[in-house]
Structures are given as structure tokens and as C-alpha cells.
Ligand binder design. Structure first.
Ligand code: GAP
Length: 557
């Protein structure tokens, strides 16, 4: 299938011919020709290319003009995104009927599905599809000694500041105290003292006997504390990783920007353990992965980031370890494989002053949020800091024996750590398309992430059609989250589903009961196919997993 795609680069519009192409068992979209800056000329050129191509594909030889897709999502502010999310049932301020509580949010009926799909995709890519990573699920409250050993009790401190002019409250690192200015009005800050953002609680019902404990500020420590058990139980050999998805809590002084900075967050983290200096056997895989790189030197010299092959960035010594380069590339690939625009990402090295208490070297994968470039995901080199600390504090040996019989205390040279909330913002921003003329919104989410995979509409209000629609949806619901919608015009029903990102709408029309077939409409192209009802579930699965092209899935209408 071919489309004309409009791209905006530095404010100017350019047109490209894009095609869905099969690569192995996946269907990918590829730009195949540049069509110029003028839409009418682009349409003529695209038609010429279509004529020239020796193809038997029904779509390409049809007389229909090629559809023009605006590939750029609509730029919206973080407040506009928050409003959309509340209106449609993705995210609400927590306990809103009582005025909410700063930094706490609830997921609505669509948000909870979307987050669940996000977790599933993360787990599939990082755990299920690999040989070397297993997942655990640790508790939120654990023995407080864990947090003494990890250094969080003593060193996980921020400095609270308040603007002398507008009284905006914020936090700064120690090294920023002298120079930081209020991000709201540019005023000077007053130092309000150090604070530890860990939430505390009491464990035990009787006050005198209870123990002060902490809500975990990161999921990572449960991985370190359980390291030996997991390694033995899962019979893991270095290099290997332990992953975890779960809630973490930070009493942020100034939660803000919708769910970008929250007090109850969810992390998706991997601690990847290696023998000291063990090379990354997978580093060749990242050759050709280009990303904007902003290292410490460039920041100190006020230079712009440079687009580099991550493999070369490591070979030139800009990214010190091969593991760091590898994991930054893998995480960037995860985002782009689910539809994010590669141009919205860059890798930035932490300056020496901003590194956490446990880190030797840290890089962030940053995203161009509506508020500017901000941290999306962190990649800290924690060395042997954590296992050594837990070994000393617990008096339990954390070393493991390699197949060669060597005793080693593993190192974590790279810890990919991502917040679910920030990933959610990215995928929502990347898929949000508004059509101002038609006053409609389309959420072009990757179908794997879409909260509702298919909507089923009986077009004719008669029992015969509705019964068939009910039978179809019952069968689909054994595998997918689906909507059943029989109210309003068909156009209205399509629009309602486009707005929440439903990739496929199925209609039961006047010939369906007789022919035992239905139509499927594709959200992004509005093209339709007709397909036998008995093939529907298998076809839908293949479409969602991008194993077949839409126009190959049935008879195109
Ligand atoms: N275990 C390492 C660690 O927790 P971090 O840089 O403090 O490192 C990792 O956090 C990621 O967690 C961040 O890149 C961000 O995606 C997310 N995160 C951290 N604090 C957050 C907050 N208050 N609100 C939303 N996400 C947060």
C-alpha cells in the first residue's frame, strides 16, 4: 500500500511517497521517493511512479488517487494533553471529587488498558524475547536496612528552594544552588534546606512496637537484594539481567507537568550484571543506529548535539562502555519500533556534578517534550556499588562463581531505567492527530498499544444483524479488548473510535448474515476490506502484530 506523506522539517512542508513493505514476518513503512514541496506536484509524481511500477497489487493499479497522510502529530501542550486524557478516560487527577492530590493520578478505563499494553510490550521486548533477562516483582515496602545499605537514607537528598519573587517551590542539586534561577519567573531562590524524598510509614499496628519503613523510591534495590536468590533459582550465567516493573514513590517537592513528575510513579528497570570488564557480545547489532549525542564536553563548551552512529560513538570513546552504547540503542529502538519519531530523541551524558550518589557515568535518553528536551530514561553505570553495599550490610556473600570457577562480584555498567508515565506521554504525543477542518482527533497508536483493538458495529438495527454482531464480538473478546457500538451514525461511530486509537472497526452490514462476512476499516487510511467471519480473529491478530499488510488481509473495497 502506498501513501503520500507530508513531513514538516524546520517549519517547511515536504512530501514523500511511503510504502508498506514486508520484511521477514513484519510489515514496515518505508519512504521510497521524495516528491517535492508542492502537494499538487507531489500527487502527479506519485501517480507517475505508480504507473511505472510493475506491480499486480490491487491497490497500486487502482484508479483511486493516493491518500495524503499528514505524518506529523499535532503539536499540543502538556496541559492540552492532560485535558484530552481526562476527557477521554485515560488519566484523571487522583481523588478529583475532593480536589485531587498533587503528584497522584488515576488511570481511567482506557488509560489502564494502555498502561497494561505498555507493560506487556516492554516485558516482551526486554524479557520474553531474550535469553539473558528474567523478571521479578518485589514488594513496595521492604526491610528498611535495604535503604540504609543502598545509600538512600543518607545520600538520596535534594535541596528544597523557594523563589523569592513568585514563591514557586522547586528542588535543585547541591551544585546548582548558587546559580539556579526560578523556571517560572527567573527570580533568585531561597534555600529551604535538605530533604529526603523517601515516603516513610510505620509497619505494625501498635505504635510502640512498630518499625519505621520506607515506600521504595526505585524498584532497583529489590533486584540487588534478591540478586543471589534469582541468580541461583534461574541458573543464570554472566552476563545477565534482572528486570522489574513496579511502583515507586518520591515525595517530590514540586510535582508538575501532568504525569511528567509525579509522587507515585511506576518504573520499568533492568539491572544488567557482567563480569568486571566483560565486553558486550551484542554491540555489533547496534551498527547503523543513529542518535543525537550530547556528551559532557559538548555541554561544557555550549556545543550542539551531534548525530552519530552509536557504535562509532563508543569506538571514539564518547560513550565509554560498549554496554552503555548497546542499551541506549536498544531502548531507542524500542520506542521507535512502537511508532515514535526518531528525531524526537537524543542521548545526553550527565555532567560530573549531577550524577547520583551511586553512579560512575550516567546517560539519559531525552525526548523533545512540549516543555523542551527532558529526561525520558536513565542509564547509570552503578559499577559494583550496590552489591558491595548489600554484601557489607547483610554480611551475605554476593559473589557468584563463573563456569571457569572464578569468584566474582558482578558489575552493573548500565541500568536502563524508565518511568511508565513518561513513556505514556511520549506515545500519546506521537499519535495525537487533530483535523481542525473536520474537528476530529485520531490517536494513531501502534495497534499493540491501543486500549481497544477492534470495535464492532451492526449497521442495521434488526435482531438478525445485532445477534451476529454479538456472536462476533463474543468470539473476539476471548483474545482482544473490543468495543460494541450500535448507536449513532456510522461516521460518528468511526470518529469515536479513531479518537481513542482503535485501529480496526468491523461492520456487520446488509449482506453479512447471508455471506458470513464483514468489513474491516483501517483507522489510519480509512481503507476497508471484506473478509469471511471465520477468518476474522486470526486476521485481526496478524494485523495487530503487523504480520500482514492491511490490503493483503481481505478483498479491498
Ligand atoms: N534506579 C535508577 C533510578 O531510579 P532515576 O533517574 O531517578 O533513576 C529513572 O529514575 C526514571 O524514572 C527516570 O528516567 C524517569 O523516567 C522516571 N522517574 C523518576 N522520577 C520520576 C518522577 N518523579 N515522576 C515520573 N517519572 C519519574
Amino acid at each position: 500500500m502506498s501513501f503520500i506523506v507530508k513531513k514538516k522539517i524546520s517549519g517547511k512542508e515536504y512530501y514523500y511517497l511511503q510504502k508498506s513493505i514486508r520484511e521477514g514476518d513484519k510489515v514496515k513503512s518505508k519512504v521510497v521517493a521524495y516528491l517535492g514541496k508542492d502537494l499538487e506536484e507531489a500527487k502527479i509524481k506519485a501517480e507517475q511512479i505508480k504507473q511505472m511500477e510493475n506491480t499486480n497489487s490491487k491497490e497500486d493499479t487502482s484508479k483511486k488517487p493516493l491518500e495524503v497522510l499528514d505524518s506529523e502529530p499535532t503539536k499540543i501542550t502538556i496541559e492540552e494533553l492532560a485535558n484530552f486524557c481526562k476527557r477521554k478516560g485515560f488519566v484523571y487527577p487522583s481523588g478529583e471529587i475532593y480536589g485531587g492530590l498533587g503528584g497522584f493520578w488515576d488511570y481511567g478505563h482506557l488509560g489502564s488498558e494502555l498502561v497494561s499494553n505498555l507493560r506487556k510490550e516492554w516485558h516482551k521486548y526486554h524479557v520474553q524475547q531474550r535469553n539473558d533477562i528474567v523478571a521479578i516483582d518485589g514488594s513496595i515496602i521492604t526491610n528498611p536496612k535495604v535503604w540504609e545499605a543502598s545509600g538512600h537514607v543518607a545520600s538520596f537528598v535534594d535541596i528544597a528552594v523557594e523563589c523569592r519573587k513568585c514563591h514557586h517551590k522547586s528542588k535543585v542539586d547541591k551544585h546548582e544552588l548558587e546559580t539556579a534561577k526560578c523556571d517560572k519567573c527567573g527570580g533568585d531562590f531561597e534555600n529551604k534546606g535538605e530533604f529526603n524524598p523517601m515516603f516513610t510509614t510505620q509497619v505494625g499496628p501498635i505504635k510502640e512496637d512498630s518499625v519505621k519503613a520506607f515506600l521504595r523510591p526505585e524498584t532497583a534495590q529489590l533486584i540487588f537484594a534478591n540478586f543471589k536468590l534469582v541468580q541461583e533459582n534461574a541458573r543464570l550465567q554472566l552476563p545477565f539481567g534482572i528486570a522489574q516493573i513496579g511502583k515507586a514513590f518520591r515525595n517530590e517537592i514540586s510535582p508538575r507537568e501532568f504525569i511528567f513528575r509525579v509522587r507515585e510513579l511506576e518504573q520499568m528497570e533492568i539491572e544488567y550484571f557482567i563480569e568486571p570488564n566483560q565486553p558486550c557480545p551484542y554491540v555489533e547489532e547496534i551498527k547503523g543506529t543513529h542518535l543525537l549525542i550530547l556528551d559532557e564536553d559538548k555541554q561544557k563548551n555550549n556545543e550542539e548535539p551531534e548525530l552519530m552512529d552509536l557504535y562509532d560513538a563508543h569506538k571514539k570513546g564518547i560513550i565509554k562502555t560498549d554496554w552503555h552504547a548497546y542499551w541506549i540503542a536498544k531502548e531507542f529502538e524500542w520506542f521507535t519500533s512502537l511508532g515514535a519519531n526518531p528525531n524526537n530523541f537524543r542521548a545526553r551524558q550527565h555532567t560530573s556534578e549531577e550524577k547520583s550518589h551511586y553512579a560512575i557515568d550516567t546517560w539519559d535518553l531525552e525526548y523533545n517534550f512540549p516543555m523542551g528536551w527532558r529526561e525520558l530514561q536513565g542509564f547509570a553505570n552503578r559499577g559494583d556499588f550496590d552489591l558491595k553495599q548489600h554484601q557489607e550490610h547483610s554480611k551475605k556473600n554476593m559473589e557468584i562463581i563463573t563456569p571457569e570457577g572464578k569468584k566474582v562480584l558482578p558489575h552493573v555498567v548500565c541500568e536502563p531505567s524508565l518511568g511508565v508515565e513518561r513513556a505514556l506521554i511520549v506515545f500519546l504525543l506521537e499519535s495525537y492527530h487533530e483535523n481542525k477542518e473536520k474537528n476530529t482527533t485520531i490517536l494513531r497508536l501502534n495497534p499493540k498499544l491501543s486500549p481497544v483493538k477492534a470495535a464492532v458495529f451492526p449497521i442495521i438495527k434488526k435482531p438478525e444483524y445485532e445477534e451476529l454482531a454479538q456472536l462476533i464480538i463474543k468470539d473476539l473478546r476471548t483474545e482482544f479488548n473490543c468495543n460494541y457500538d450500535k448507536s449513532g451514525s456510522i461516521g460518528r461511530r468511526y470518529a469515536r473510535n479513531d479518537e481513542i486509537g482503535t485501529p480496526y472497526c468491523i461492520t456487520i452490514d446488509e449482506v453479512s448474515p447471508k455471506n458470513q462476512d464483514v468489513t474491516i476499516r483501517d483507522r489510519d487510511t480509512t481503507k476497508q476490506i471484506r473478509i469471511k467471519t471465520k477468518e476474522l480473529k486470526d486476521t485481526l491478530r496478524k494485523l495487530i502484530n503487523q504480520e500482514i499488510k492491511f490490503e493483503e488481509a481481505g478483498d479491498i473495497l
